[in-house]
Design a protein around this ligand. Structure first.
Ligand code: OAD
Ligand code: ZN
Length: 257
């Protein structure tokens, strides 16, 4: 399986990765679904919807600041780093992620399409104001603040710049992702349950156009029925092994059969 995936990637003309919460598990960030998933402990409709934010912005901000703190403590793991290295090697053309944790960029990936936003970005609910808290250097002060965050331009509430249930995806990100998928001859799907649309269309688009689908997951997902290669395992363990195989192949030492 690993050898087959490595050969597909080594030969790929335009490979992309499509990632979900599972790739950040080994960095200590919980997933949404499954045994220890966030949506088991918290009800999504109470926290990640525009209605919830209208009803109780304190509760929603408490939840997001807790997640921001958790993510700030986290570091990219070998799976994120391997994707960055594959991009450096010219094999991977982009990472399309459903994650809001910024760990792909922290790991060094340059072409990152964030379909569900970024938890370190905030935006005003009534004017076009946006701020990246990491870039403005305000993030630590921001997560400690108990009062609701207000827009410095107009005084309205600030909200996380992430996509909530019932909200459309950012048009620009979605178009970019779909056009990458249309060009891709290989997609490496890592750590997603593949049940949230339109994001989950990405591997289907690649497949429909004759591309190959490689999946790495600890269990089967909504994408598994269309995969060409399924590698069962933790992303942080599988990815470095996969990279070694690819390097062997590129060095001409393809003895794995
Ligand atoms: P999920 O929580 O739905 O799925 C996580 C996936 O990661 C599951 O398929 C697990 O089997 C897998 N997994 C767990 N540990 C892993 C590991 N160490 N290595 C590899 N895979 C592992 O997360 P997503 O598919 O990302 O949306 O969820 C999609 C969207 O649903 C999220 O972006 C979020 C959520 O509601 C929004 O916030 C809009
Ligand atoms: Zn404003």
């Amino acid at each position: 399986m690993l050898g087959h995936a490595a050969r597909l990637l080594a030969r790929a003309r335009f490979a992309i990765a499509f990632t979900g919460a599972g790739i950040s598990v080994e960095s200590g960030i919980p997933t949404f679904r499954g045994r220890n998933g966030l949506w088991k402990t918290y009800r999504a409709e109470e926290l990640a919807t525009p209605e919830a934010f209208k009803r109780d912005p304190h509760l929603v901000w408490e939840f997001y600041k807790w997640r921001m703190r958790k993510i700030l403590e986290a570091e990219p793991n070998p799976a994120h780093r391997t994707l960055a290295e594959l991009e450096n090697m010219g094999i991977l053309k982009a990472v399309i992620t459903q994650n809001v944790d910024d760990l792909h960029r922290e790991a060094g990936s340059k072409k990152v399409v964030e379909l569900h936003g970024n938890i370190f970005r905030v935006r005003c609910v009534s004017c076009p104001y946006k701020e990246n808290l990491k870039e403005s250097g305000r993030v630590f002060e921001f997560v400690r603040e108990k009062d609701l965050p207000k827009c410095p331009k107009c005084g309205s509430l600030l909200r996380p710049d992430v996509v909530w249930f019932g909200e459309p995806l950012l048009r620009e990100a979605l178009e970019k992702a779909f056009s990458l998928a249309e060009r891709a001859d290989v997609v490496l799907v890592i750590g997603t349950s593949g049940v949230v649309y339109p994001a989950a269309y990405i591997p289907y688009i690649v497949k429909e156009r004759g591309g190959k689908v490689i999946e790495i997951n600890v269990e089967k997902s909504g994408i598994t029925p269309i995969v060409d290669v399924f590698i069962r395992g933790r992303a942080g363990e599988v990815m470095p092994k996969l990279l070694r195989r690819i390097k062997d192949i590129l060095a001409g030492g393809n003895h794995y059969g």
